[in-house]
Design a protein around this ligand. Structure first.
Ligand code: DPP
Ligand code: ZN
Length: 873
C-alpha cells in the first residue's frame, strides 16, 4: 500500500451538483441506482477524465446523459472507475449490486441485528456506489429507499421525508430529500424494525424541530437521558455559539454493531448503542456522562463538520479538535467543571502522551497516511481539542466567538482547511498566530524544564523555562513552540497568590506567560515573600512540565493553590514521588516504607477538606498504573502494580476509620438520578470502598456484597462487583458473577461490562478466563463492542497482558490476525498495545516484536499493515 500526501492535494476536476440514489434493499444483493449531475470545475482541463472511487461493487450498468457506456469508454479496477472523456456538464447514471449481509468491515452499507445501516466516514461511501468519495465534493441528495413492509417497516435517510408509498410484492418506499449540500461521508441510511421516542425543540428563531430516537423495541426505556442531553446540547449551542439547527427533523438511531462511538450524518446521527442507551439499572454514571458528551459532540458537528467541512482528510482535526473542545466545554458547563478537566487531562496525559511518544506519533495535521481510519486518534481528537483550547485562551473568549462566527459565515457550505479556521481567529483578535501553527505540524509532546529562584535582596523571582520537543518518526528536528503557561506565585507565608509584575507590568494574581524561545527567563519583581510557583494551571498547554518541587512544596500547593486543577495535580505529583521510591524499593528487593507526607495529605483531605465531593474523589485517587508507567524510563509492570497496591493498602490501614466515615456519610437511598451532586456522592463513597477493599476489611467485604445485592443502580453494583472480583475472595465473587451473568444474559451492553470486570482483575487466571469467555454465547468477534470489552480490556490489564511467558501477546496477535480478515479498522486499533514494545524490558520487547512479526507475515489489510510496519520500523 502507498501513502497519500497532503502536498499532493488537487481540487476535483468535476463537482457533483445533485445526487439521486435509489436503494432496493436485499441482504445479499442490494441494488443501488445513482443519477449524479456533474459539472466540470473552471480551473480543470477540458480533457480531464472523470475519476470515481468504488470498492467491492458489482457494476451492472453505466450511462452518460442516457447513452450506455461500453468497456472501451472506461477503465475499472479494485479501487474505482475512470471514464476517459466526459462533457463539461452531464448526468451519470449507474447501477451496482452490493451485499450488506456479508459486510463484516462495518463500512458502507451493512446489517446489524437484522437492520440495515451505514457508516461512510471516512471512505465508506465508495462501497455503496461509484462516486468522487472526497469531502470537498458537496452535493444535495435525494434518496429513495425500498424495503420489505414486514422486515423493514422503517426506512430512514438524511433530511426530510417527501414521499412514501406501497409497491408490489410486499415492498414499500420512502423518499428523502436533504437540501443542504454535503460530502458523501455524511450520507446515511437505516432500515429495519425500529421503534421511536419523539420529542420537540423550539429553536431560538421559533422553529419547531421534531426529535426522534430510534431503537429496538426492548430499548425504548433507555432513551430518556440521550433525549434530554440532545435538548440541552441544542440550547447550549444556541446560547454559546449562536448556532441554530437547520432541518425540521433530527434523528438518532442506536445500532449494536458499530466501529466508532457515533456518527454525525446530516439529520440522521447513527450511534453505537453503547453511546446512547442508558438506564439506571444497566448503565453507570460514567456511561451517563459519556452519552451526554457524545450526543452533544455529534449534534455540534452539524455546524463544525457538516455545514462547514474539511477540504481533505488531512484536515480531520479541523472538525474533530474543534468539536471535542465544544463538547468538553458543554460537559464542563453541565457538570462539575474542575472534575471534567481533571478527568480529561488525566486520560490525555496517559493515552495521548503515549501515542505521541510511540511509533505511530503524528502531527495534529498529518502530512501523509496509508489508511485514514488509522488517524481517528487521540492526537487528532484530544490534542486537536487542546490546541483549539489554547487558541481560545490566547485570543480570549470574545474574540474566539467572533472568529467562530466569521468562520461559520464565511465558509458555510464549503470544505476548508485548518489555516482558514486559524486565520478567522487571527483576524478577530489581531494576534500573530504564525508560530502557533507549529502545533498542527510538529508531532511529539513538548517537554519543559522549569527552574525558579527567589532573590530575597531584590524581592525578585526568576523563572527559567527551557523547551524541547523530542524527535518523532519522520521528524528528527523540532522548532520551538509557542506555549502559553498560565501560572501564579503562591506566597509561602500568606498562602495566597501574589501579584505578578513582569517587566514593570502588573498582570494580576493569575496570568499567562508565553514561552516562544528555546529558553526564556521571566523576572517577576516586587515579590514580597518567597513563593512556590503554580505552573501550567488548568493544563494550559499539552506539554510535560518538570519543576524540581520538594515534597513539602507539593503538600503546600495541595492545600493552598487557588487553581483546583493544580491542587489535584500537586497531589498526583506528590504521590508519584512516593511511588517512584517504592518502585525502586521493589526492584531492589528492599523493604517498602510509606511516605508519611502522603498519608498526612490524605488525612487532611479526608477529615478537614473544604473541596467539593466530586473533586475530593479525584484527589483521593492515585495515578493509574498506566499513568505511572508513562513516567518510567523502562516500564516494570510488576513493580508498578506492587508499589501502587502498597500505597493503597498503607493508606487504608492507617486511615481505615476515616474512609469508613466517608463511605457512611455518602450513602443515600434517594432514587437514582444522573445529577452532578449524586454522581459526586457515589464517586466519593465508592472511592472510599475501594481503599477499604484493598485490605479486604471484613466490614467492607460485607458492604460490597450488600451493594451488589441491593441493585439500586449499575454504578454501585458494578463498582462493588468489580471490587469483589478483583479481591482474593473468589468464594464470594464467583457466585456473584454467575448470578449477574444470568440476570443480564439478555442485555448485550451489560454483558460487555460483565466481560470487562472479569478480565481486568489482577489474579493470574485471567488469560484462561479470556480464552474461556471467547467461547461464551454473549461473545462475538464480529461485534466491535464485544472485542473491546473482552480483548481490548484484557490488553489494558497490565500484569496479565504482559505475562513473562508471552501468552498475553500471543492471544492478542491471534485475535488481530482473525479480525484483519473480518474488520480491518478494529484489528488495526486492537494491535496498539503491542506497538509500544520499546517501553519494556528486553525480554518483553522481543516477545512483543515476535508477535508483530508473526502478524506481518499474514496477508494484511492496509489498515493493519500501516500500523505494524511503523511499529517494526
Ligand atoms: N463519528 C466520529 C466522530 O463523531 C467521526 N466523525 O467523531
Ligand atoms: Zn467527531
Amino acid at each position: 500500500p502507498q501513502p497519500v500526501y497532503l502536498s499532493d492535494y488537487q481540487p476535483p476536476a468535476y463537482r457533483v451538483i445533485h445526487t439521486e440514489l435509489t436503494f432496493d434493499l436485499d441482504p445479499a444483493a442490494t441494488h443501488v441506482k445513482a443519477r449524479l449531475l456533474f459539472e466540470r470545475n473552471d480551473q480543470a482541463d477540458d480533457k480531464a477524465p472523470l475519476v470515481l472511487d468504488g470498492e467491492q461493487l458489482t457494476l451492472i450498468s453505466l450511462a452518460i446523459d442516457g447513452t450506455a457506456l461500453t468497456e472501451a469508454d472506461y477503465q475499472l479496477d479494485d479501487h474505482g472507475l475512470k471514464i476517459h472523456t466526459v462533457p463539461a456538464s452531464f448526468s451519470l447514471e449507474s447501477e451496482v449490486k452490493i451485499a450488506p449481509s456479508t459486510n463484516t468491515a462495518l463500512e458502507g452499507l451493512y446489517q446489524s441485528s437484522g437492520m440495515y445501516c451505514t457508516q461512510c466516514e471516512a471512505e465508506g461511501f465508495r462501497r455503496i456506489t461509484f462516486y468522487p468519495d472526497r469531502p470537498d465534493v458537496m452535493a444535495t441528495f435525494t434518496v429513495t429507499v425500498i424495503g420489505d413492509v414486514q422486515k423493514e417497516p422503517i426506512l430512514l435517510a438524511n433530511g426530510n421525508p417527501v414521499a412514501r408509498g406501497e409497491m408490489e410484492g410486499g415492498r414499500h418506499f420512502v423518499k428523502w430529500e436533504d437540501p443542504f449540500p454535503k460530502p458523501c461521508y455524511l450520507f446515511a441510511l437505516v432500515a429495519g424494525n425500529l421503534h421511536k421516542v419523539e420529542d420537540h425543540f423550539t429553536t431560538m428563531s421559533g422553529r419547531d424541530v421534531t426529535l426522534q430516537i430510534w431503537v429496538e423495541e426492548e430499548n425504548l426505556d433507555k432513551t430518556e437521558h440521550a433525549m434530554a442531553s440532545l435538548k440541552r446540547s441544542m440550547e447550549w449551542d444556541e446560547q454559546t455559539y449562536g448556532r441554530e439547527y437547520d432541518l425540521d427533523l433530527f434523528m438518532i438511531v442506536a445500532v449494536n454493531d458499530f466501529n466508532m462511538g457515533a456518527m454525525e450524518n446530516k439529520g440522521l446521527n447513527i450511534f453505537n448503542s453503547a453511546a446512547v442507551l442508558t438506564h439506571p439499572q444497566t448503565a453507570t454514571d460514567a456511561t451517563f456522562q459519556n452519552v451526554e458528551g457524545i450526543v452533544a459532540h455529534e449534534y455540534f458537528h452539524n455546524w463544525s463538520g457538516n455545514r462547514v467541512t474539511c477540504r481533505d482528510w488531512f484536515q480531520l482535526s479541523l472538525k474533530e479538535g474543534f468539536t471535542v473542545f465544544r463538547d468538553q466545554c458543554f460537559s464542563a458547563d453541565t457538570n462539575s467543571a474542575p472534575v471534567k478537566r481533571i478527568q480529561d487531562v488525566s486520560f490525555f496525559r496517559t493515552a495521548q502522551f503515549a501515542e505521541d511518544a510511540g511509533p505511530t506519533a503524528h502531527p495534529v495535521r498529518p502530512d501523509h497516511f496509508i489508511e485514514i481510519t488509522n488517524f481517528y486518534t487521540l492526537t487528532i481528537y484530544e490534542k486537536g481539542a487542546e490546541v483549539v483550547r489554547m487558541l481560545c485562551n490566547l485570543v480570549g473568549w470574545e474574540n474566539f466567538r467572533r472568529g467562530s462566527d466569521a468562520y461559520f459565515e464565511r465558509f458555510d457550505g464549503q470544505a476548508v482547511t485548518i489555516e482558514d479556521f486559524v486565520e478567522c481567529m487571527a483576524q478577530a483578535s489581531g494576534e500573530d498566530l504564525s508560530q502557533f501553527m507549529r502545533w498542527y505540524s510538529q508531532a511529539g509532546t513538548p517537554e519543559i524544564d522549569a527552574y525558579g529562584e527567589y532573590d530575597y535582596v531584590h524581592s525578585e523571582y526568576r523563572l527559567t523555562l527551557r523547551q524541547r520537543t523530542p524527535a518523532t518518526p519522520g521528524q528528527p528536528e523540532k522548532l520551538p513552540m509557542h506555549i502559553p503557561i498560565r501560572m501564579g506565585l503562591v506566597g509561602t507565608k500568606s498562602g495566597q497568590d501574589l501579584t505578578l509584575t513582569l517587566a514593570g507590568e502588573k498582570l494580576g494574581k493569575d496570568a499567562v506567560i508565553h514561552l516562544r524561545d528555546e529558553e526564556q527567563t521571566f523576572v517577576f519583581t516586587d515579590v514580597a515573600e518567597a513563593p512556590v510557583p503554580s505552573l501550567l494551571r488548568d493544563f494550559s498547554a499539552p506539554v510535560k512540565l518538570n519543576f524540581p518541587y520538594s515534597r513539602e512544596e507539593l503538600a503546600f500547593l495541595l492545600t493552598h493553590d487557588s487553581d483546583g486543577f493544580n491542587r489535584w495535580d500537586a497531589g498526583q505529583r506528590l504521590a508519584m514521588l512516593a511511588l517512584d521510591d517504592l518502585i525502586a524499593a521493589h526492584r531492589n528487593g528492599v523493604e517498602k516504607v510509606m511516605d508519611s507526607r502522603v498519608t498526612e495529605a490524605f488525612r487532611t483531605l479526608l477529615t478537614g477538606s473544604t473541596v467539593d465531593k466530586a473533586v475530593l474523589s479525584e484527589m483521593l485517587t492515585l495515578p493509574s498504573e498506566a499513568y505511572i508507567a508513562e513516567q518510567q524510563p523502562i516500564v516494570d509492570v510488576d513493580a508498578i502494580h506492587a508499589a501502587r497496591e502498597f500505597v493503597r493498602q498503607s493508606l487504608a490501614l492507617v486511615l481505615r476509620d476515616e474512609f469508613m466515615a466517608i463511605f457512611e456519610a455518602n450513602r443515600t437511598d434517594e432514587p437514582y438520578a444522573p445529577t452532578p451532586e449524586q454522581i459526586a456522592q457515589r464517586s466519593l463513597k465508592n472511592t472510599a470502598l475501594s481503599y477499604l477493599m484493598s485490605i479486604e476489611d471484613e466490614k467492607a467485604v460485607a458492604l460490597c456484597e450488600e451493594q451488589v445485592a441491593v441493585d439500586h443502580n449499575m454504578t454501585d453494583v458494578r463498582h462493588a462487583l468489580t471490587l469483589l472480583v478483583h479481591s482474593d475472595r473468589d468464594d464470594l465473587s464467583a457466585p456473584a458473577l454467575k448470578a449477574f451473568g444470568e440476570k443480564w444474559a439478555h442485555d448485550p451492553l451489560v454483558m460487555d461490562q460483565w466481560f470487562t470486570i472479569q478480565v481486568t482483575r489482577p489474579q493470574p487466571d485471567v488469560l484462561e478466563r479470556v480464552q474461556f469467555l471467547m467461547q461464551h454465547p454473549a461473545f462475538s468477534i464480529k461485534n466491535p463492542n464485544k472485542v473491546r470489552a473482552l480483548i481490548g480490556a484484557f490488553a489494558q490489564n497490565r500484569v496479565n497482558f504482559h505475562r513473562l511467558d508471552g501468552k498475553g501477546y500471543a492471544l492478542l496477535a491471534d485475535v488481530v490476525i482473525e479480525l484483519n480478515r473480518l474488520n480491518p479498522e478494529i484489528a488495526a486499533r486492537l494491535v496498539t498495545p503491542l506497538t509500544r514494545w520499546q517501553r519494556f524490558d528486553e525480554n518483553r520487547q522481543s516477545l512483543m516484536r515476535a508477535q508483530l512479526k508473526r502478524i506481518k507475515e499474514e496477508p494484511l489489510s492496509s489498515n493493519v499493515y500501516e500500523v505494524v510496519e511503523k511499529a517494526l520500523a
